[in-house]
Design a protein around this ligand. Sequence first.
Ligand code: THU
Length: 155
Amino acid sequence: MKRNITIEYEEFNDIQMLSNEDQKLVLAARQTLLYSYSPYSNFRVGAVVLLDDGTIIQGANQENVSYPSGLCAERVALFTACCDAKQRKVAKLVIAAEKNEQYVEVCPCGSCLQVMIDTEKRYKKELEVIIPLPQGRFAKIKGMKNFLPFAFKSF
Ligand code: THU
């Protein structure tokens, strides 16, 4: 039997089409690229987490000469946010990437998607994720069911 899964996301042609709050978060994610340590890939990734009281928490990819010991920007930001969140909930994650001094598109890796799924479970709140697409466009994905419908779930 053939089955279909439909996922939904919003697409924005340029940064100005985003809400004021989301534009601010994209700019904050771009500023966070400064803290990327990526001498091995030369691919800088910055991520910001928005908590539900408006607090912004930063993360950037941190590489290591022993490659698997590094960590993606999304997980640096999410784990930092979880340590600091206290009663607040993780609401949004916004990502930026840079290669050869140009902003480029990026999609979170599968491991980061699994961490995002646990973040929703932990805070009992849908996570909104904004990622940069090619040609200066953006995608906003509301809820991880729209990002990784075939996630690993524990038994
Ligand atoms: N990277 C991230 O930080 N986030 C992503 O969404 C994709 C990949 C990092 C890992 C590594 O430091 C570099 O980008 C190249 O893969």
